[in-house]
Design a protein around this ligand. Structure first.
Ligand code: NIG
Ligand code: FE
Length: 422
C-alpha cells in the first residue's frame, strides 16, 4: 500500500544522507527540513521524500513513480509533517490517579515525605494490585490513544506499580497486549525495584532478593521485558542494590535503564554507565563528575521536564550537558505521581522555555535521542528513507518554531503509524 503526501509546507527533521543513531553536543542544533515537499510511503516504510518541484508535470517524478498503484494521495497544503515523538520513559500502566497527594504537596509535604508514610508509589501499587489485567489494559489503552492524538508514535512502558511477583507480571502482560494490539512501537521495561514495600522497610535487601530470585526469572521466562530499571536514589534503592539487580538483569539479556539523581546525587549515573545502561533518566541533580562520566559513553542522559515541573524540582543542567558535548533526550515520565501528562508537545515547549534548548535541539531531544534511549533509532526518530512511516501532519501552522512556542495547544491534526492513518 502506497500513500503520497503532497504540498507539505515544510517536512521537518529529515535525514537525506547518513542516518545518525543519536545527536550529541553541537549536532543537536542541526535539523534538516525540506520546504514545499512530498513524502511517499510504501508498505509501512518511508520510500522517498523531496521537493515538490522535483516531481514531474503530472505531479509525479520517476523517482516517486506514483502511478495508479498509489492508493492514497493527501494534500497537506499549509501544513507541516514531523516524525512522531518517541517517548522513552513512561509508567503508562497504573490503576489510580493521585490528585489527593497533589493537594498534600501544595500544602507543603514533599514527595519523599509522602513516600515515607506509605503514599506515592505504594499508594498506586495497592490500587494496581486490586485491579484486574483487563481493567488495567482498558485504562492504559485509553491513555495510549490520547498519546497518539498528541503525536507520539513510540513508547517505552515500565512496570513498577506491582511490587509483588504476580502484580509485576500482570503489568508486563498488559504492556505485551498493548504492543500486540496497537500500532504504537512499544518497548517494555521491568521496574520491580521502583519502591520498597512497607513489609521490607529496614531490610530492603530482602526485597532486592525477591526481585532477583523470583521476579526476574519469571519475567525472562515469559519474555516480557526488553529493559531492567531501578529507582536508584536517596530514600529508594542504593547503588549496591542497583548493581545486584543490573547484574542479574543483564544475565537474562535485559538492557539497563536507570532512574537516577532525582532527589540527590545518588551514584545512579555512574552505576548506569558502568553497566552499559541505554539511558540514565531524571538527572535533576548533576555535578561535574556525573557529566564527565557520561562523556564517551553509549548511555543517553534523559531529562524528564514534566516531573521537574510537577514537583517543582531544580532543573537538570541540559544546556551544560549539551555544551559539554553530550546528547540529551527528553521524555514525558507519564505517571500518576510525578508527571500526569503524556503530552510530548508540552515537553518540547518546556525544553525550550525552561531548559533553554533551541527548537532544533528540543526536536532532536524528543525524537531521535528518545528513539535512541529506547533502542529504536535505526527505525524511528527522523524522516529518512527505509525508516518506519511514523509521522504526523500538523494543523495549518506558520513555522516549525510554532510547535514549541504555542504551548498547551494540540497542533497535531492527523497521525500515521506504520504508514497507516490512526
Ligand atoms: O519517574 N521517580 C520514580 N518513579 C516515578 C514516579 C513514580 C510515582 O510517584 O508514582 C518517576 O518520577
Ligand atoms: Fe519514571
Amino acid at each position: 500500500m502506497r500513500t503520497l503526501i503532497k504540498n507539505i509546507k515544510e517536512l521537518v527533521q529529515v535525514e537525506a544522507g547518513r542516518q545518525k543513531l543519536r545527536a550529541q553536543g553541537g549536532e543537536m542544533a542541526q535539523m534538516e527540513t525540506v520546504k514545499d515537499a512530498y513524502l511517499l510511503v510504501e508498505d509501512g516504510k518511508i520510500k522517498a521524500f523531496g521537493k515538490m518541484s522535483d516531481m514531474s508535470a503530472g505531479g509525479v517524478s520517476p523517482a516517486v513513480n506514483a502511478d495508479e498503484t498509489t492508493a492514497l494521495q493527501i494534500d497537506a497544503t499549509g501544513r507541516m509533517v514531523f516524525p512522531t515523538f518517541c517517548d522513552s520513559h513512561t509508567h503508562l500502566v497504573y490503576a489510580n490517579s493521585r490528585e489527593h497527594e497533589f493537594v498534600d504537596k501544595i500544602r507543603g509535604l514533599s514527595y519523599e515525605e509522602i513516600a515515607k508514610r506509605g503514599g506515592g508509589i505504594l499508594n498506586s501499587a495497592k490500587a494496581t494490585a486490586a485491579a484486574s489485567e483487563e481493567e488495567l489494559y482498558d485504562m492504559a489503552l485509553q491513555r495510549l490513544e490520547m498519546a497518539i492524538r498528541l503525536g507520539t508514535g513510540a513508547m517505552e512502558i515500565k512496570s513498577g506499580y506491582g511490587l509483588t511477583t504476580e502484580s509485576e507480571l500482570k503489568l508486563l502482560r498488559v504492556i505485551r497486549r498493548l504492543r500486540e494490539n496497537t500500532p504504537m512501537t512499544i518497548k517494555a521495561n521491568f521496574l520491580g525495584a521502583h519502591g520498597i514495600p512497607m513489609e521490607y522497610r529496614g531490610h530492603q535487601e530482602d526485597y532486592v532478593d525477591l526481585v532477583i530470585n523470583e521476579m526476574l526469572p519469571r519475567v525472562a521466562d515469559e519474555g516480557l521485558a526488553d529493559f531492567v530499571d531501578v529507582f536508584c536514589d536517596q530514600g529508594f534503592f542504593t547503588v549496591a542494590d542497583t548493581e545486584r539487580i543490573l547484574e542479574a538483569g543483564i544475565k537474562y539479556g535485559l538492557k539497563p535503564k536507570i532512574h537516577a539523581n532525582e532527589m540527590a546525587i545518588s551514584g545512579g549515573v555512574q552505576v548506569g554507565v558502568k553497566y552499559g545502561a541505554i539511558s540514565v533518566d531524571h538527572l535533576e541533580q548533576m555535578g561535574d563528575a556525573e557529566i564527565e562520566c557520561l562523556k564517551g559513553s553509549a548511555t543517553m542522559p534523559t531529562i524528564l521536564p514534566g516531573c521537574a515541573f510537577f514537583l517543582n524540582l531544580p532543573l537538570s543542567p541540559a544546556r551544560r550537558m549539551i555544551d559539554a558535548g553530550l546528547p540529551v533526550a527528553m521524555a514525558s515520565d507519564y505517571n500518576p505521581g510525578t508527571s500526569p501528562s503524556c503530552n510530548m508537545q508540552l515537553i518540547l515547549s518546556m525544553a525550550c522555555i525552561r531548559y533553554r534548548l533551541t527548537p532544533e535541539e528540543a526536536l532532536n531531544a524528543t525524537t531521535l535521542n528518545t528513539a535512541y534511549a529506547m533502542g529504536v533509532s535505526k527505525d524511528l526518530g527522523t524522516i529518512a528513507v527505509g525508516k518506519k512511516a511514523n509521522f504526523f501532519i500538523t494543523k495549518t501552522i506558520s513555522s516549525y518554531e510554532y510547535m514549541p512556542y504555542a504551548y498547551g495547544e494540540n497542533k497535531v491534526e492527523r497521525v500515521f503509524l506504520n504508514g497507516v492513518e490512526v
